[in-house]
Ligand binder design. Structure first.
Ligand code: ADP
Ligand code: MG
Length: 359
């Protein structure tokens, strides 16, 4: 009897699995400018010449396309996730990937798999959240699919955006000497999630207990209602900055730095003292006996933007509210490192959230 080979998914992890499954799919259409491997694919809207050079394409409009799935029990728990927030978040996480390309989202499609556990009213609430995000970020809901599921709620959203081709920012454009920057603050969504999970466990034991959320509204909001950073893209336009590379932070800072450096073929030096962490996150992390920097490096779902800039733009970034220079891009041979608050240099490992990491 011949033995069939069986490789466990966990032996590869999410990113290697994607690379493995898509490795043999070369793009055959000239309109495919960028396929798998960035926050969104980039597609040209048509060209009169069959193989236009980048110069010929410059000034042309391109489309970006990205898709993300949210699965009940994996990405959200309806015990504490209001359906309206869930609708909003399902759109927000996709728009974040469009902004990470320095593009403007225009349309979304929404596909859902639902069981008869849900009422029409419950789904109306979910769609109210979708509509709130559509209005706020000026995107149109243009389609989707509805099907049944045996048990859990599954949501898949696709976002389509537009940009001028020469405005698109890839993960791969960082160069040694560029400054590594981030928007907002990090680790809050992770701490918010841990707090919600803790209160859920308390509620299971003591259903009469009231959840303890005083002074923790910010981190809970960051978990339940993330805001994609349209304002940062708008700022870049007004300030005349084009980042050299960019990615959104969905899986934790260290994992995203790892992606940027890998695709740009560079190393980096991150300075721990410059990583922005909100006071609430800081206090909640300590309450959980976790080092706050670990929440920023390895917690996920912040949906902030991580980007690199040419040093000529440093002052504009330093003058901006809510944007921080957190490190520097180095030559690849120098590796990926972090200088700790204590002045020690340590290797930065990709500690981000990985869907298939063995727990
Ligand atoms: P993000 O965190 O920005 O959503 P992902 O890590 O999910 O990005 O995906 C990285 C890249 O891999 C993207 O280009 C995405 O479109 C692609 N990708 C992810 N899963 C698959 C899949 N099952 N088949 C083909 N491409 C995929
Ligand atoms: Mg992304």
């Amino acid at each position: 009897m011949s033995e069939t080979k069986r490789t466990e998914i966990s032996s590869l992890g999410e990113f290697k699995l994607i690379d493995h499954l898509t490795a043999n799919f070369a793009a055959t259409n000239s309109s495919t400018i960028k396929g798998v491997g960035d926050d969104a694919a980039v597609i040209s809207c048509g060209s009169l010449t069959p193989n236009p050079s980048p110069e010929e394409r410059g000034g042309r409009m391109v489309k970006v396309v990205t898709t993300d799935m949210l699965v009940e029990g994996i990405h959200f728990d309806l015990m504490y996730f209001p359906l309206r927030s869930l609708g909003y978040k399902s759109v927000a996480v996709n728009l974040s990937d469009v902004y990470a390309m320095n593009a403007t989202p225009k349309q979304i499609t929404v596909s859902i798999a639902i069981s008869n556990r849900f009422s029409v009213e419950a789904l109306e609430e979910f769609y109210e959240g979708i509509q709130m995000a559509c209005k706020k970020f000026e995107v149109d809901l243009v389609g989707g699919d509805t099907t049944s599921s045996n048990k859990g709620f599954i949501i898949s959203v696709t976002a389509i955006g537009e940009a001028n081709e020469n405005e698109i920012v890839y993960r791969s454009g960082a160069k040694a000497g560029d400054l590594l920057c981030v928007s907002g603050d990090l680790g809050a969504a992770y701490c918010g999630l841990q707090l919600l999970e803790r209160e859920k466990a308390v509620f299971r034991e003591h259903p009469e207990a009231q959840p303890e959320f005083s002074n923790r509204q910010y981190i809970i909001g960051r978990c339940l209602k993330p805001e994609p950073r349209k304002d940062v893209i708008d700022f870049f336009r007004h300030a005349g900055i084009k980042p050299t590379s960019m990615i959104d932070i969905s899986d934790g800072l260290s994992s995203e730095i790892f992606h940027l450096c890998k695709q740009s073929e560079t190393g980096c030096m991150l300075q721990e003292e410059n990583v922005p962490i909100d006071q609430e996150t800081y206090h909640q992390a300590l309450e959980f006996n976790v080092d706050p920097i670990t929440c920023a490096l390895s917690g996920g779902e912040d949906y902030e933007l991580l980007f690199t800039i040419d040093p000529k733009d440093e002052k504009k970034i330093r003058d901006a509210d809510d944007l921080r220079v957190i490190g520097k891009i180095l030559e690849k041979e120098k590796g990926m490192k972090m200088i700790t608050k204590g002045g020690n240099e340590i290797a930065l490992t990709a500690l981000g959230w990985d869907a298939f990491k063995p727990t």
